[in-house]
Structure formats: structure tokens, C-alpha cells
Design a binder for this molecule. Structure first.
Ligand SMILES: Nc1ncnc2c1ncn2[C@@H]1O[C@H](COP(=O)(O)OP(=O)(O)O)[C@@H](O)[C@H]1O
Ligand SMILES: [Mg+2]
Length: 273
């Protein structure tokens, strides 16, 4: 099945990524120091690993989110942001390091088992079933539930009213921003304890991006911590409690969203000055 949201192992088009293009930025005091992650609700801790038997893509890479917070991962194309997310979700061989959820080591669990533990994941690509209706997508999202999920669906429709309006339409007919709402809504159907979003605003207009960020903040306020990759780095860091800049599979900078936005080096290299 091509639209399996967990089956896709990421972008396979190497031509759009430049493995030599990320530079040799060095971490420096302040935002370059490792963050205190003692209170992390979800953490991929010093992860090293790659795809199958291929070379390591991640090198001692740490990404984490605390209860009640939004953490944002930014960095150049091909830096390993999606790979780090997939590692946290159990789609990668983590050769060193660990993944912990609410204090429990889940490094050995399958993605499905992680969903049951409370992880929701919206991958960067192929994150909806395009030939199914909006409502069927949400029902698919509830696949692990044996209880009545009508209330959760109503909550998703409250959060994204346009989805209720279009609930009998094929998801593939929706606009980019609406499809992302379907993808996030689908992930919410399991009532996750933490939500991971890989580029939820990819390819949408600035207005739609703002709206999506507002909805994401709303989700976070309901008590679901959010670990999110974003290419709209500046806007994302503005709403982030914590931020990570990844370069060539390593942590280059980390700090609060404010610290990263104020860091001259981060501004120059990653935020367009
Ligand atoms: N399925 C895959 N198999 C092998 N290599 C991959 C796969 N997906 C991504 N990569 C490689 O991993 C590196 C990081 O890619 P990715 O995590 O997608 O970067 P980002 O999300 O930061 O743009 C790139 O060199 C990319 O070519
Ligand atoms: Mg990516």
C-alpha cells in the first residue's frame, strides 16, 4: 500500500539533498551547549544510526520535548531532521543511544507498539490516504482503539471545522493545508500523549501556515506536548519552547526558541540574517 502513513521511509530522491552542503558549523557556548533534558517527556537521546545497513545519518543526535511544551527541530535540507523523527518513532536502526517516553526505555519497540504507548506521528510525506474520505482517514487513525471514538472525532472536527464540512470528500481532493489538517487529525484519533509532526506547514501559504500554527498551539494547550520539524524556521521558533538546529545529523545549536532567534550565528546561517 503506497499511502501507508508508517510504511514510507522518507524521501528517496537524493538529488534534492546535498550531503556536502551543510557546512562545518561548530557549536559554541550558549546555544551550542547540550540542553538539560532531564525532564523530557519524549527523548531521542544521543542517537546514532542510519537506514538499514547504510551509513550513519544521525551522530549523537538528541531531540526531546517536555510535558506541556512545543519543541521545534530546524536545519538545512538533508540535515537528518526527518531521520531523527523516524528514529524516535522506531523506523530506524538506532545503533547507539536510546528513546524514552515518560521515563520508559522504548528503544526496542515497533512503531505500532509506540502508538499504543501514546505516540502520535505525522510523517513528512504520504501522511494521508488520498482515496479515502476525510472521515475514513480519521477512522483509520483510530485503528488501535476498541472503544467508542466518536467524541474524539467530534473534537477533531471542532479543532478543524473545515474537515467536518468536507468529511465525505476524498482527502486527495483537499488543499495542501486541509490535507495537513487531516494528517494531524488522524494522529489525534489515538488520543496520543505526545504528538510528532514532520513539516506540518510544508507547501502552504503564509496565511495557512499561521492558521496551522494556531491549531498546533491549541493542541499543545490541551496538554499534548509537540515535537515538530519545521522549514519555516523563524515562525516555528517563535512558537517554540525549545529548539534544535540539526546539521549533518548532529546537534549544532539548541536552546529556547527565544535564544535561538537571538543567536547571531543561528540567525546568519539558518534564519536568513
Ligand atoms: N529511506 C532512506 N534511505 C536512505 N537514506 C535516506 C533515506 N531517507 C533519507 N535518507 C538520507 O538521510 C539524510 C537525511 O535526510 P532527511 O532526514 O530526510 O533530512 P531532512 O529531513 O533534514 O531534510 C539524507 O542524506 C538523505 O538522503
Ligand atoms: Mg525532512
Amino acid at each position: 500500500m503506497t499511502s501507508d502513513p508508517y510504511g514510507d521511509r522518507g524521501n528517496k530522491d537524493r538529488s534534492i539533498t546535498d550531503p556536502d552542503g551543510a557546512g562545518t558549523l561548530e557549536a559554541h557556548p550558549g546555544t551550542g551547549q547540550p540542553m538539560n533534558t532531564d525532564n523530557a517527556f519524549l527523548i531521542g537521546d544521543t542517537m546514532t544510526g542510519g537506514y538499514g545497513n547504510g551509513p550513519d545519518i544521525l551522530h549523537d543526535c538528541t531531540i526531546a520535548v517536555n510535558q506541556g511544551e512545543i519543541a521545534v527541530i530546524v536545519g538545512p535540507n538533508g540535515a537528518g531532521k526527518s531521520t531523527a523523527m523516524k528514529a524516535v518513532f522506531g523506523m530506524l536502526n538506532v545503533r547507539q543511544g536510546s528513546v524514552r517516553l515518560d521515563g520508559e526505555d522504548i528503544t526496542g519497540l515497533s512503531p505500532q507498539a509506540r502508538v499504543i504507548k501514546g505516540m502520535g506521528f505525522v510523517p513528512q510525506t504520504q501522511n494521508i490516504f488520498t482515496t479515502m474520505t476525510v472521515e475514513e482517514n480519521l477512522e483509520m487513525g483510530a485503528f488501535i482503539r476498541r472503544d467508542d471514538f466518536a467524541d474524539t472525532m467530534a473534537q477533531v472536527y471542532d479543532l478543524f471545522p473545515i474537515l467536518k464540512e468536507k468529511r465525505y470528500q476524498a482527502a486527495g481532493e483537499l488543499s495542501g493545508g486541509q490535507r495537513q489538517q487531516v494528517a494531524v487529525g488522524r494522529a489525534l484519533m489515538t488520543q496520543p500523549k505526545v504528538l510528532m509532526l514532520d513539516e506540518p506547514t510544508a507547501g502552504v501559504s503564509p496565511i495557512v501556515m499561521d492558521e496551522l500554527f494556531d491549531r498546533i498551539i491549541e493542541v499543545a494547550r490541551t496538554g499534548i506536548p509537540i515535537l515538530m520539524v519545521e522549514q519555516n524556521a523563524r515562525q516555528a521558533l517563535e512558537i517554540a519552547d525549545k529548539g534544535y538546529v540539526l546539521v549533518q545529523g548532529r546537534n549544532a545549536f539548541s536552546g529556547t526558541g527565544k535564544e535561538l532567534l537571538a543567536d547571531p550565528e543561528v540567525r546568519k546561517s539558518f534564519l536568513g540574517g
